[in-house]
Structure formats: structure tokens, C-alpha cells
Design a binder for this molecule. Sequence first.
Ligand SMILES: Nc1ncnc2c1ncn2[C@@H]1O[C@H](COP(=O)(O)OP(=O)(O)OP(=O)(O)O)[C@@H](O)[C@H]1O
Length: 588
Amino acid sequence: MTAGPAAEATLTQPPARRRVIVQLLRNPQGALCLAFLLLVVVVAATSPWLAPTGPTTTQLSASNAPPFTGGHLLGGDSAGRDILSRLMWGSRQTVMACLIILGVSVVVGVASGLVAGFYRGRFETAAGFASDVVMALPGIVLLIALYALTGPNIPVAMTVFGLLIAPTYYRLVRNVVLGVRNELYVDAARVAGLADLRIVGRHVLWAVRAPVIIQSSFVLAAGIGIEAGVSFLGLGDPATASWGTVLQNSFDGIYNNRWGVLWPALAISLTILALILLGNALSDVLQSSARSRTLTPRARRAALAAAQQEDAGRRSAPAGSPDDIVLSVRALRIAYPSADGEIREVVHGVDLDVRRGEIHGLVGESGSGKSQIAFATLGILPREALILGGSVLLDGEDLLADESKMRAARGRRIAYVPQEPMSNLDPSFTIGKQLSYGLRAVTSLDAGEAREQLVGLLDRVGIKDPERVMELYPHEISGGMAQRVLICGAVASGADLIVADEPTTALDVTVQAEVLELLRELSRDRGLAMILVTHNLGVVADLCSTVSVMKEGHIVERADVETIFEAPQQAYTQELLSSSRSVELMEI
Ligand SMILES: Nc1ncnc2c1ncn2[C@@H]1O[C@H](COP(=O)(O)OP(=O)(O)OP(=O)(O)O)[C@@H](O)[C@H]1O
């Protein structure tokens, strides 16, 4: 377990690709399937040297021979050919058929999905239509028609199946790209002047890699089934050994050699099973968070027990009179399991007290743990987070010790004002619906009472014509109005504490000032305690009465706002102040 920042800094992460392979090998299902599939590929590659006989070598004495007779491990077929040798040779044809299906479907489906999702327009319309038509085609009928034209030809048949499967990749990739193309990092790459090809290659392709890899293992499994099915139906080349033709030959002689069908059936079904299970294992590995993973309940209990032993006797007393303290965070420790099994502590035994009517600023560099403390207070840390120790006391009641108390407090006694007001409002419902739904969920008010109270509160937070605004949808109001709406929602239930995470960052400067003024008034008039997470020292100077400065998961300095700005004690606080923008300092 990493104990501190120094240890944390030395934690080296292997490159992403290696990490995926290591995780896959650690997963027993993934490792077993990978080993089996590797064996199939090795057998396919080395069969000319390793197979006991050639694929068409016949021996009269081996005709319908049962297993383990006359040097034929798996017996012989009706023509006297060694079944093991034919299966070994046949794996070449089967692997080749699967690779053709995979290659054709990936190239056609991924390329068209990328172009359609990224550029949209006419190409998307045409490709969407083509994909619908191809998906509606009955594959087997097409194949029979093709057989009449080309005769038994597995590469051509597999190419056609590759084209028939391509729409599954097209749809998958197009949908992922549609989600990614408007992300800010893609816009940033555009603004930085990167050519489309580089943006697609570097950012978009990266986003689709996981679903494409997972899908590919299922397509390979389908490919084995298709090749076997085609050959079994006699539409393949009977002169070439493949698992499908071996199955067909053995099936023809089933009354003379019952065992014959078992071996190709086993080879086909085990390989399909291995590919499907590998797909599932890949999905677990690739779709789990790259940064961290969720521990099993057992590992979680062990980590918590170890942390409790470390923590014994560490708890500190609250500062100041307990009566005026609304929130008291004691010795809070938060950690995340990383992908390589380490437990990385990101908040190291933090103490924090917030009094009634106090606006407590939480500042510090990015990644110092401010949001972790805010989220722990609200009980909304991500699932993989581990609270290694400590307590969050609301009026003396430990919310971390009892999830039901946390649930009862959240939204009623502790409210949240987020950074992005717009993304916190549901575009499908009017402002009035959303506010009254939230309020009625935590109070016993009826619809009329809730509406009346909300109209009054909207007016109080500075919304002009609140009756009309209640009927508007989020896209019909401005960012500043949206933030006022959320503040109204936060105070409507009569909360004692508001946790505001960068509440003005997404707003323009004049609106920022108005929202800050509103928060100040609410805190003063209603005696609200507030935790204000921010990077902006100007906001801190303007609004906060107490400031806690965070660095690498520790609170390194805490003082009233004047002391922090006029006589900071710690070198880190001084550094933070001097690196803050000079314009802001002048305003301060
Ligand atoms: N889900 C997660 N899995 C693993 N580590 C995480 C996760 N969420 C946060 N962390 C880590 O916790 C640490 C503190 O993050 P936090 O978001 O609290 O920082 P912050 O001070 O609020 O930063 P910012 O001001 O940039 O939002 C960081 O090192 C971050 O990488």
C-alpha cells in the first residue's frame, strides 16, 4: 500500500497496451482462452511439419478406424485418411477463412463507420442505407447463388460473408464516433490545426479500439461457425481439408465410425467457446477504468482492515465549539486501487470544520484532492473509491458510518451546486418540473405548495418573471440563469450545508459576480454553511471567511481569509498566491 505522496510519485504505470495484456493474463478465463487459441494458431502454422500424414494421404487399413488404432490417434475417416492430420491441416484453412471474414468486415465496416460518424452528410445517409440493405440479405441464399457462379471457393465465400458482417462494425463505429466527434479534445485538436486524418487516427480511432477489438473476437467465433457450416453443406472445396469438410466426411461415415464426428465438432466448438470467452474477458479488461479498478469485496475488506489498524488512535478533536460546527470532517482518508493492484491514497487523513454561516474555501493545485473531500461529504464518491478511514460528522452524526443517514442528509441537509449548470439540468423537462420533482422528493409538500415555494425562491435568487421561467426548458435559459436555478434547487429544501464545486467557472465574468453575491447573501441571511471548491483566489478573497489550502491530499495551511492573503505561513501557500494571476491579485 502506498503510504504517502513520495511513494505515490514513484508508482510507475506500464504502457497501456502492456497493461491490457498483463490484466488479460491475470484473468484465468482470458489466459486459458488465449493459450488455447495460441495453440490453434501454432498448430495451423506448423501442420506441414507436425502432422503425422498429409491431408489427402489414404491408407486402406485406416478406413473408419476407431481412435488409438494403427498409429491413428483420432482414428481414420471412410476414405482411410488420418483424422488428426486432416484436422491439423484443416486448421490452416479454417484460420485463413476466419481472417478473411475479419479482415474484410473490419476494413469495410470500420472505415465506413469512421467516415460516416466523423463527416456525416450524404455519405452517412448512403452508408446507412447500404448497411440496412446488406443486413437484410439472406446470407445462405446469396452463397448458393455465388456457388453457381464461382463453384466451391472458400476465399470468395468468406469475402462475401465479410461484407455481410461489415454493417455490424459500421453501426458500432459510427455510433461511437458520433459521441466522440464533438468532445472538447477533438475540437481542441481541430483548433490546433491537426489534419482530419490525424485527428481520426489519434483521437477517434483510439475511442473505437476497445469495442472493435471485443467485437472482433465474436466475429472470429462466427467465422469458424460460418466456414464449418459452408463446408458442411458442401459449398466449400471438398479437395481442401478444413474443420468443416472433416466434419462432413465424418458425418457421412457416422454409422461406421461414431467417434469420427466428435473430433472436428470438439475443435470447432472449443475454438468458438474460447473466442467468445476471450471476448468477454477482453471486454472486462478494456472497459474497466484505465486508471483504477473496483476491488472485489474481499480485497476491499482487507484494505479497509489494514487501514483501520494503521489509523488506530489517530482521530483528532474538532477545532472550536462543537455547537456552531455544522460539518466536521475528521481524519478522512480516500484511496483508489490502481490497475496494477496498488492502493493509491489521494486524501491523507484530512480534518475540516465548517461553522454555521461560514463560507469555507478549499483551494490548491489540480489533483490535490479538493473534489474528493467535497464528494465524500456528499457521499457521491465513485464506486471504486475506498474510504480508508475517518468520519464526516453532520451536527455530530457520522454520515460515513451509516449509509442510510448519508442518504437522508443528501439533498435535504447537504446540497450541491455543481460546476456545469447546463449539464446538470435534464433537457427533457421544464425548469419547474425539475425543481418541484427535486423538492417534493425530500419534503412532504404537494405540487401546488412546491410550486408556490419555488416561484418565491426563484424570485429570491434573482430570476426575473419566475412564473414564466418555470415553464421554460433548460436550452431556453442562459448559463447564469441555469446556475441560479440550481442554487434555488439547492436551498429549497432548507439545507444547512452547501457544497459548491467551482460554481462560477462556467459563467462569464459579470454573471460570476452576481452568482457570488447571491451565495454570499444566502449564507448571511440563512446562516448557511458552505464549502467552496475553487481554483480562483479572487473568488476566495471575495467570498470566503476561512480558507484551507490543499496539496497532494493534505491540508497544508488553514486560516482566516485575511491571514491567508496577508501573512501566509507555508511556502506552498505563498507559491500559490504568487502564481495566481496578477490581475486577480490587483482586484484583491
Ligand atoms: N475515479 C478515480 N480513480 C482514480 N483516481 C482518481 C479518481 N478520481 C480522482 N482520482 C485522483 O484523486 C486525486 C484527487 O482528485 P480531485 O479530483 O479531488 O482533485 P482536485 O483537487 O479536485 O483537482 P481539480 O481542481 O483539477 O478538480 C487525483 O490524483 C486524481 O487523479
